[in-house]
Design a protein around this ligand. Structure first.
Ligand code: KIV
Length: 272
């Protein structure tokens, strides 16, 4: 049994809470099929996210907006078949949680048909009463704050969030409210390092970052970015691990090692 999993050998919310409490960084990556999921699981990635980034990195679209519930379930089923140890998190796609009733029905589909263990919703479209109702129904929730790609047109592009005082203050307050409403995890995307660290220290639930610096409880990157096969320009916060590795397995292991040791991310992959 690994130090990061429960007695069943699986990573659970309880093991992630213990990792936060003991300061052991949580290593997460995205996957979209069983073959890559097996590689990630063998490298002891703790949380595998079936991200709606599938729309961009697999389907070649410009945004995540067109991804459907049926597509998320299809990819989730494939990834589940590749996992033995990691926790399976699945994104709720754009407009699948426009109302609390839709959120409940679609989160239930991701769990029953897609075998998800936790669902991720982008805060902004998500409302507090949704987090409450999902919590009451026993559905684990991760709330995604900061840069929320489903709102890219509203945000005016993919930009760092929380650099100005009002937005930073709102993010601090939202994080508190979400924890109180029953969110089990937070994910911060493209948030200045100091703000992300402050938010992480202010909540008792695990906080995962992407472009949020080293002061959070864990890191996530898009698998195709670390393998340098994502279409389009490389994002500033992602690191190419394949260039220094002999295989995909080794690249993923190197990422996990660097997250666990704190060697990733350095300031080069974060924002002030
Ligand atoms: O969809 C996705 O891959 C994500 C990550 C950027 C965290 O939400």
């Amino acid at each position: 049994m690994s130090a990061h999993s429960s007695s069943s050998g699986r990573v659970t919310l309880t093991s992630l809470h213990k990792m936060k409490a003991t300061g052991q960084p949580i290593a997460c990556l995205t996957a979209y099929d069983a073959a890559f999921a097996m590689v990630l699981d063998a490298a002891e990635v703790d949380v595998v996210l079936v991200g709606d980034s599938v729309g961009m990195v697999v389907q070649g679209r410009e945004t995540t907006i067109s991804v459907s519930m049926d597509e998320m379930i299809y990819h989730s089923q494939m990834v589940r078949r590749g996992l033995r140890r990691a926790m399976l998190m699945v994104d709720m796609p754009f407009m699948s949680y426009g109302t609390a009733d839709d959120a409940l029905a679609n989160a239930a589909r991701l769990m029953k048909e897609g075998d998800a263990e936790i669902v991720k919703l982008e805060w902004g479209a998500m409302q507090l009463d949704m987090a409450h109702r999902l919590n009451e129904c026993g559905i684990p929730v991760c709330a995604h704050l900061g840069l929320t790609p489903q709102s890219v047109h509203k945000l005016g592009g993919y930009r760092v969030q929380g650099r100005d005082h009002p937005t930073a203050q709102k993010m601090r307050e939202d994080a508190q409210r979400l924890e109180q409403a029953g969110a089990d995890m937070l994910l911060l995307e493209c948030v200045p390092t100091a703000l992300a660290q402050e938010i992480t220290q202010s909540v008792s639930i695990p906080v995962i970052g992407i472009g949020a610096g080293a002061g959070v409880d864990g890191q996530i990157l898009v698998l195709y970015d670390i393998l340098d096969i994502a279409p389009g320009k490389r994002t500033r916060f992602s690191k190419n691990y394949i260039q220094s590795s002999d295989s995909i397995h080794q690249a993923v292991e190197h990422y996990v090692e660097q997250v666990r040791s704190g060697a990733f991310p350095t300031a080069e992959y974060a924002f002030d």
